[in-house]
Design a binder for this molecule. Structure first.
Ligand code: GLV
Ligand code: MN
Ligand code: MN
Length: 483
């Protein structure tokens, strides 16, 4: 793969570094890239399980796809079920009792010495985006299972002071239903019952998709899926960073300080369908041209929110400076009807994904953006509907869990590299994670793992085998504090 940054990645690098500067005082560290020989000469460090087997499992899971030639696993798809079966076998191999809940989440649990103590939940998602990389989601599930397998093989699993439950969530990406965190939000008790009736492109609802797989979800049993907060101690998640900061700092692991809030919109623009050869330009109500203008407006607002928002009008309590450094907006999906080269479309729909660390700033942007979009549609005599499909507020990770994860990461890196001078970095996440939904249930903490070039949501996503090992060792060190 070309390791040079493209312009887009370069912009993201700058953004991430800015976020990092806002969130940590660490200075760039020397590169911790380990060679196999170096590490094995110090210690075995459960290499066969935490590295060799974990990497083999990531590769195996990365082949479980609904598509030929690229990775795609959406909520309740045939490949998602196959992936679930594979992971279930690995959960059992780690000595966990397993089950699937009515939202399709896969659970593996060990009770330890006290089944009624508050449980530690560890999770990530088994679904993927379209044309995905193999680490997003899967790395968190597999590193947790590898660490538990080590405890099981050591005979120490029964000595855990509290139950440990690994959860492979059924939907985090929101590709099929445009509503993310279906699985984790249900367990956290924040999935509205109306979510069961959301339809995919073929008109299949969330409820139907579950029913097709013999999972009966009703309004009543959705409420019962919510975990009792009193039964849970906390939630942790390992995830690839999906950005370039750790690589830039030369560190395999980092602790997440907080996660940016996000909103997803679906914009529908309707105009007058007609013949491409006969309707004069001055008489058209073309939703495609209107959509193009709306998308360029979105880009301008998100590049320079200061030009569109004002302190007195929108932002009494928020800092435009911090908004400008974290705001990112994307149109990732667009479709037209009837989609033929000689037809002026009747309708265009597109998605908007909008994220910022500042929730009030995000709201102000959506308010201003919507106003300006409606004005453009009015001027062009097309109709415009803006649906809010998903919202998640920014999340601050728990400081106690974060410092425990920091110590665990430090201990893992020390074991691998010997003496370590630098502090484990702390960084913000621009990407969304199941931890956002789980934060409504319990305290959350996250550990990021370095990835190549900051690339994710792409088949070029890559994590060094040694960094997979480091992640497994860090979770193991964290679990050892629960013995
Ligand atoms: C999840 O990957 C997201 O969209 O942030
Ligand atoms: Mn993702
Ligand atoms: Mn993810």
């Amino acid at each position: 793969m070309n390791t040079l940054y493209s312009f887009g990645q370069f912009k993201y690098l700058l953004l991430s570094l800015l976020l990092l500067l806002l969130s940590t005082s660490s200075s760039p560290a020397s590169a911790y890239i380990f060679s196999d020989g170096e590490i094995s000469s110090r210690n075995d460090l459960f290499r066969e399980i935490l590295k060799d087997e974990a990497v083999a499992r990531l590769n195996e899971l990365g082949k479980v796809s609904d598509a030929d030639g690229y990775l795609e696993r959406t909520f309740m798809s045939p490949a998602s079920l196959r992936a679930g079966n594979l992971i279930r076998g690995w959960m059992e191999d780690a000595g966990l009792r397993t089950w699937v809940d009515q939202l399709g989440n896969l659970h593996g649990r060990v009770e330890g010495m006290n089944a009624s103590a508050e449980a530690l939940l560890i999770g990530s998602h088994l679904d993927t985006v379209v044309d995905a990389g193999i680490f997003d989601g899967s790395l968190g599930i597999i590193s947790a299972l590898s660490a538990l397998k080590v405890l099981n093989d050591n005979g120490t699993m029964g000595k855990l002071r509290r139950p440990i439950e690994v959860i492979a969530f059924s939907d985090e990406e929101g590709v099929r239903f445009h509503s993310t965190f279906l699985g984790s939000a249900a367990l956290a008790g924040v999935l509205p019952v109306t979510a069961l009736q959301i339809s995919d492109k073929s008109g299949v609802t969330v409820q139907d998709a579950l029913k097709e797989n013999s999972l009966e979800i009703t309004e009543e049993n959705l409420l019962q899926l919510k975990y009792d907060p009193g039964s849970v101690w906390g939630y942790i998640e390992v995830h690839i960073e999906q950005g370039p900061v750790l690589e830039w700092l030369g560190f395999p692991l980092g602790v997440v300080k907080g996660i940016a809030g996000q909103t997803r919109l679906k914009v529908t623009v309707r105009g007058s369908q007609g013949h491409a050869g006969t309707v004069p330009m001055s008489m058209r109500q073309d939703p495609m041209a209107a959509a193009a203008e709306l998308i360029v407006l979105l880009e301008s607002v998100c590049k320079n929110p200061k030009d569109f928002l004002s302190y007195d009008g929108h932002c009494n309590d928020i800092s435009l400076e911090s908004l400008s450094s974290s705001l990112v907006c994307t149109v990732g999906e667009i479709s037209t009807w009837p989609s033929a080269s000689n037809v002026i479309p009747g309708q265009v729909t597109f998605t908007v994904d909008l994220r910022a660390i500042d929730d009030m700033g995000r709201e102000a942007v959506i308010y201003e953006l919507s106003n300006q979009m409606y004005k453009i549609c009015e001027r062009r005599s097309v109709s415009c509907i803006i649906d809010r499909k998903h919202d998640a507020n920014a999340v601050v990770c728990d400081s106690e869990l974060s410092s425990q994860l920091k110590s665990a990461a430090y201990s893992a890196l020390r074991k691998m590299a010997g003496d370590i001078q630098d502090e484990t970095p702390t960084l913000m996440s621009g990407a969304g994670h199941d931890a956002m939904a789980m934060s409504h249930l319990t305290k959350v903490g996250m550990l990021f793992v370095r990835c190549r070039g900051g690339v994710s949501h792409s088949p070029a996503e890559n994590v060094l085998d040694e960094d997979v090992w480091a992640a497994g060792l860090a979770i193991l060190a964290f679990l050892e504090t629960q013995l």
